[in-house]
Design a protein around this ligand. Structure first.
Ligand SMILES: Cc1cc2nc3c(=O)[nH]c(=O)nc-3n(C[C@H](O)[C@H](O)[C@H](O)COP(=O)(O)OP(=O)(O)OC[C@H]3O[C@@H](n4cnc5c(N)ncnc54)[C@H](O)[C@@H]3O)c2cc1C
Length: 550
């Protein structure tokens, strides 16, 4: 039910090209990694693999970035990942940062959402942008860095995976061919052909609630950035409506169809336009606007049980479908890609045994289940699945204006990084964890300004395509850590206000060491161990991922 009225920006259309390596219908090169699907997950994974020294092939069925808009709000964690992938500056230069949200019940404001933000953050809690624009930036970054070979208009038709490798059948207007890969990552979205070829299916719930989504272009100069949500507004009695200001003079409306509304009738453009007019009139906004894109959305909360099936891995919407309320769709997909990129690259480069890929599945299935748990609460609040739910929801909303605690039940629970507290990779400590504060193994390192190498920078910028040991103390006493794995030691001294805050955030004192994975999760932390023992501990922790290839 998608309708496109005009382009968001001039899309670059890419031709179908038969690669030089294809002879007599077979690609003569065996590729270490083939990514099926060049949406945000596949492109983020391609950029991530390239950072770790592996150049994948991306098969993309379409000839351009997605032409609809889809995801529109990106969380701080996603922007921090974009910083690692080298596209954060472009995203921030063109996006709109925000930290607030407003919720109304009928004509009464019942909740003012203030997302956590402080002077230690490099990026705002959320950024409004357009998924297709971000895909476009990713495609440009891939091309500029030679990060991946993107094969446009190349559809995966089917595949056979064995213990020895994966055979793929590819269809393109320039000619069909077979190819071989050591590993395949399915990033081919909710209707994944890879999933279907392997006889796998997502398990979970499909919601009955239906939402009309429409992007319009108008003068937005005086509109606030942030999430604005109405329950039972005069413009859409009995339903809910979300409104976001987006960059480039765009506004997105998501509104719920009630059970008695026929979607064929309600998706008639004139009908949808009248809804937008009614809502703008309710807000006292009288100005021209033009439609850009509209679609009908149904929430699903589903996942595969495992994201690794031998040499085939699943990521993004191919692995899970998360209701969009709480902005968990694309944000969690980018997190999948970031988790998988270093692990797959390290396996391909022979730096780790392939069991490391099982930890990708364990960690990201756990994260997906957490995301689903939060997103389902939001989805049920937005579109109650039954009359008793609706009664309860309306009771909460009617009390919310006077009782701030009750109002918190209307909190949309925006996406943030899921701590991987039970990860099999987390290093063990002797006895109980000796820290009262700071990020425990499995958590993401918190952001903080730091002085490093004579320059002012941010802690997350000290991380890179390597393990990072954060050493709190004098550089002269830092342990010598002997390893042939990609590894950097960063000494963080304790002078000045920001440094004091940093040490406090990590519960650190002289001689504390945190070992951080390439994706920013803490792997282990130790305090006051003798340097030699510390080096041993770090080697032992690294050995968790450095098991010899069988
Ligand atoms: C209407 C709608 C609104 C949404 N709104 C939000 C939102 O507000 N916030 C949010 O966080 N998320 C939102 N989402 C979810 C978000 O868009 C997805 O989570 C995100 O697109 C997942 O990215 P992906 O790369 O995994 O999959 P996709 O974006 O679906 O990309 C898959 C890619 O694979 C390609 N492909 C498919 N089959 C093949 C094949 N056989 N061979 C080769 N290539 C193939 C496709 O062309 C596509 O480029 C929305 C989704 C929809 C549908």
């Amino acid at each position: 039910m998608e309708r496109i009225f005009s382009e968001y920006f001039p899309y670059v259309r890419h031709p179908a090209v038969l690669p030089d390596t294809v002879v007599d219908g077979v690609d003569r090169i065996r590729h270490p990694v083939v990514i099926v699907g060049g949406g945000p997950t596949g492109l983020a994974l391609a950029l991530g693999l390239a950072r770790h020294g592996v150049k994948p092939v991306v098969l993309e069925a379409d000839d351009t970035a997605c032409t609809g808009s889809r995801a529109g709000a990106f969380t701080r964690r996603t922007i921090e990942i974009f910083q690692q992938l080298g596209i954060a500056e472009d995203v921030m230069a063109t996006g709109l940062g925000w930290s607030q949200g407003w919720t109304w019940w009928r004509d009464q404001e019942v909740l003012r959402l203030q997302m956590p933000h402080d002077e230690d953050q490099q990026y705002p809690p959320a950024v409004s942008h357009l998924q297709n624009w971000i895909e476009h930036l990713m495609v440009e970054a891939c091309a500029a860095r030679g990060a991946a070979q993107v094969r446009w208009q190349s559809s995966l038709d089917g595949l056979e995976a064995t213990g020895a490798g994966v055979r793929l059948r590819v269809r393109t207007p320039a000619g069909d061919y077979m190819m071989h890969a050591d590993h395949v990552v399915a990033c081919d979205g909710g209707r994944s052909r890879v999933r279907e070829s392997m006889g796998l299916s997502l398990q979970g719930t499909r919601y009955a609630g239906r939402y009309v989504i429409i992007d319009v272009r108008m003068d937005t100069a005086d509109l606030p950035s942030g999430r604005r949500c109405w329950f039972d507004p005069a413009s859409k009695p009995g339903g809910t409506l979300l409104m976001y200001k987006k960059p480039d003079g765009m506004v997105r409306f998501d509104y719920q169809l009630t059970d008695d509304e026929d979607e064929a009738v309600e998706m008639e453009p004139d009908r949808v336009f009248a809804r937008v007019d009614a809502h703008l009139a309710m807000l006292g906004i009288a100005r021209p606007w033009q439609p850009v894109w509209m679609t009908l959305y149904r929430a699903s909360a589903m996942t595969l049980d495992r994201y690794r099936h031998g040499r085939v891995l699943f990521a993004g919407d191919a692995a899970h479908l998360v209701p969009i309320f709480g902005v968990r769709g694309m944000n969690s997909s980018v997190d999948d890609a970031h988790n998988l990129a270093w692990k797959l690259a390290w396996v391909v480069r022979g730096l780790a045994g392939d069991s490391l890929l099982d930890s990708y599945s364990d960690e990201r299935v756990y994260a997906a289940r957490e995301n689903l748990r939060f997103a389902m609460k939001s989805a049920e609040f937005m579109a109650p699945p039954s009359p008793p739910f609706r009664l309860m929801r309306d009771a909460v909303l009617s009390l919310a204006a006077k009782h701030p605690r009750v109002a918190q039940l209307a909190n949309p629970r925006q996406h943030s990084a899921i701590p991987l507290v039970a990860s099999p990779l987390n290093a063990r400590t002797d006895g109980p964890d000796a820290f009262e504060g700071g990020p425990a193994p499995g958590q993401i390192v918190p952001e903080c300004p730091v002085r490093f190498g004579g320059e002012q920078t941010w802690l997350t910028r000290l991380l890179g395509p390597h393990f990072t040991a954060l050493w709190f103390g004098d550089a002269g006493h830092a342990p010598r850590i002997d390893t042939d794995l990609p590894f950097e030691l960063r000494c963080l001294q304790g002078d000045g206000d920001a440094a004091t805050r940093l040490w406090r955030k990590f519960g650190a004192d002289e001689g504390t060491l945190y070992l951080v994975r390439p994706d920013g999760h803490v792997l282990g932390r130790w305090r006051g161990l003798p340097a030699a023992r510390l080096a041993e501990e770090v080697r032992a922790a690294l050995a968790v991922v450095h098991s010899p290839t069988a």
